[in-house]
Design a protein around this ligand. Structure first.
Ligand code: TYD
Length: 207
């Protein structure tokens, strides 16, 4: 693989989508071939899985944490096979909003599944692909969730309590502490321009 793989991670309302779009535009402006994608989704199959896992169903539509972990990883396997792997092989810079670390944060730290099991599932899904750089857009649940209007909230935002989202945030920070050579933590409670300066600097440093 000759390309570079950059992921953006973070809790709800951190601004990953906007920052990922701006990063791709900036890198293209500098002459890189940059490819934007996201999880869950990014492929036909992945978008169908996205609809299932993010839908706010009735109470009897409960999805277990283990089923969540497998569904997110099924979408991930398809994304690696169809989009990320070929783009990296072609030498592109791939920017992905969320990747395997989201499963560790949400289904691991948030929902309590063992991290080693989740790492094993992700290794199967990705064939062992690990990002060259992961930028954590760090925001508290109070600030992040307040950025989402009630009717725009997905299942995680609408039905998991604030303690769950606090564990997710702390989980991301712990993952970043454990692997400081891969992660950069960027405070995302500021205005988007300030956040973007730091995101671009982090990406520039590895390109
Ligand atoms: P995201 O795409 O960030 O949401 P939106 O477009 O609504 O802002 O949301 C995906 C949701 O799925 C988010 O709540 C986190 C959750 N998620 C997991 O629980 N595990 C995972 O592995 C992934 C990729 C996402």
């Amino acid at each position: 693989m000759n390309g570079r793989f950059i992921t953006l991670e973070g809790p709800e309302g951190a601004g990953k989508t906007l920052q990922a779009q701006r990063l791709v535009a900036a890198l293209e402006g500098r002459g890189h071939r940059a490819r934007l994608t996201r999880e869950p989704g990014g492929t036909g199959l992945g978008e169908q899985i996205r609809a299932i896992v993010l839908a706010r169903g009735a109470d009897d539509a409960f999805i277990s944490a283990r089923a969540d972990a497998l569904l997110f990883n099924a979408a991930r396997a398809q994304l690696v096979a169809e989009v990320i792997g070929p783009a990296l092989a072609a030498g592109d810079v791939v920017i992905c909003a969320r990747f395997a670390d989201s499963t560790l944060a949400y289904q691991g730290y948030g929902a309590g599944l063992p991290l080693d099991e989740l790492r094993a599932i992700a290794a199967v899904a990705t064939g062992g692909l690990v990002p060259d750089l992961t930028v954590l857009l760090d925001v508290s649940p109070e600030v992040g969730l307040a950025r989402k209007p009630e009717d725009a909230r997905n299942r995680f935002e609408a039905t998991f309590d604030v303690d769950f989202h606090r564990r997710v945030r702390d989980g991301f920070l712990e993952l970043a502490r454990q692997e400081p050579e891969r992660w950069r933590v960027v405070g995302a409670e500021r205005d988007a321009d300030g956040v973007f300066e730091d995101v671009l600097a982090a990406a520039s440093a590895i390109l």
